[in-house]
Design a protein around this ligand. Structure first.
Ligand code: ADP
Ligand code: MG
Length: 349
């Protein structure tokens, strides 16, 4: 990075000292890596017969995280999961990560290494190796950008654009838990006190330590069981809309089929909230949503049973003119509003 943006001499951190510390802790031998941290750029040998899939995510203090409710290792962990979940939704295998940081003066080396601890803990199960990054000073907020490189067998990436009228809509896992966990972290006393410790812990863990469904995404793509897929990062109501727009279709969701954890149900009851609304609105669950042709349903169910995953059919792809509608418990249809997070709108919409 240009000298003017380097960490100032007065900065608590020393740029090269920090990079050395990161290198020492996290550089790992990797057969596909010709050159990792330490040169002007990383050199990677592309695997034969596979296509490269690239994703990047930017996290800004005050927008994506608040250090009053999240520790730095949580921030690093979730930054990695946000990327890995995008990769899962492409049916790709994650390979390498690059990390760019803009660090305010008040941060110590220990703070940054704590961020990397969380980040690398999230990467470890997927065997993603750290191959580079960039480090700069920041006059104000902390910025963190991750770039992850991935591969898929040629021609097998799962896209948002392949859903067909009549396809079934599936999700893996349960919805709304992360939002409930965040609300519990922000408001410990009133609702939390009336919730069992196990439920409280479950919801907070779902918020702080979500998982990305990389292996299931790869199974879906390898076995050609999904016509389209997206990860649930902003909330079902918004993310489903993206998939429908890209595919040029509408959708019907059955409110009664939305998979809810026992903890979320208890939370909704205790806080007098509508659990369906939490499931539709809640972001950061990082579950996958995909569509499957009815003829492949049996094979899909067998795959889920074999891999021990809970998957749920929550609706049906409809023609575009149908729009996106929710069928409630009384069998009434209503338009599904977008309640999930939208940037530059000032708030949820
Ligand atoms: P340049 O000045 O050419 O950008 P740097 O001094 O920024 O080089 O980077 C030196 C090496 O350290 C590179 O391999 C780069 O990828 C790596 N690196 C820099 N910052 C980070 C970081 N925050 N995390 C991981 N690797 C980093
Ligand atoms: Mg640099």
């Amino acid at each position: 990075m240009a000298p003017s943006a380097r960490l100032k001499a007065s900065h608590r951190l020393h740029e090269f000292d920090l990079i050395r510390a990161i290198h020492r802790r996290y550089a790992r031998p990797d057969p596909s890596l010709v050159r990792g941290i330490g040169d002007d750029a990383a050199v990677v040998a592309p695997p034969a017969g596979r296509e490269l899939v690239l994703t990047t995510d930017l996290l800004v203090e005050g927008v994506h995280f608040d250090l009053n409710t999240a520790a730095l290792d949580d921030v690093g962990y979730k930054a990695a999961i946000a990327n890995l979940s995008d990769i899962a939704a492409m049916g790709a295998r994650p390979e390498h990560v690059l990390v760019a940081l803009a660090i305010p003066d008040s941060y110590s080396k220990g703070n940054i290494l704590r961020l990397y601890r969380g980040l690398m803990a999230a990467c470890r199960p997927y065997r993603v190796s750290l191959i580079g990054g960039d480090t700069s000073a920041s006059p104000d907020a902390f910025f963190l950008s991750l770039t992850v490189t991935d591969t898929v067998p040629t021609g097998s990436a799962l896209l948002r654009s392949g859903a067909k009228v009549g396809d079934l809509i599936y999700v893996i896992g349960t919805l709304g838990d992360s939002l409930a966990g965040l609300e519990l972290l922000a408001d410990r006393r009133t609702v939390a006190a009336r919730l069992s410790r196990a439920h409280r812990r479950f919801l907070i863990a779902r918020h702080r330590r979500p998982v990305a469904h990389c292996s299931f995404g790869q199974l879906l793509s390898r076995q050609r069981l999904a016509s389209a897929a997206i990860d649930l990062s902003d909330g079902l109501s918004g993310d489903l809309r993206h998939l429908c727009e890209e595919s040029g279709v509408g959708a019907e969701i059955q409110a009664g089929e939305l998979p809810l954890s026992p903890a979320l149900q208890a939370y909704a009851k205790t806080s007098r909230r509508d659990p369906t609304a939490l499931a539709l609105q809640g972001g950061e669950d990082y579950e996958l949503l995909w569509t499957t042709a009815p003829a492949k349903q049996r094979r899909l169910q067998r795959l889920a049973a074999r891999s021990g995953r809970r998957i749920t059919c929550i609706g049906l792809i409809r023609p575009k003119t149908f729009g996106i509608q929710l069928r409630d418990a009384h069998d009434r249809l209503r338009r599904l509003p977008v309640t999930s997070y939208v940037h530059f709108s000032g708030a949820s919409r």
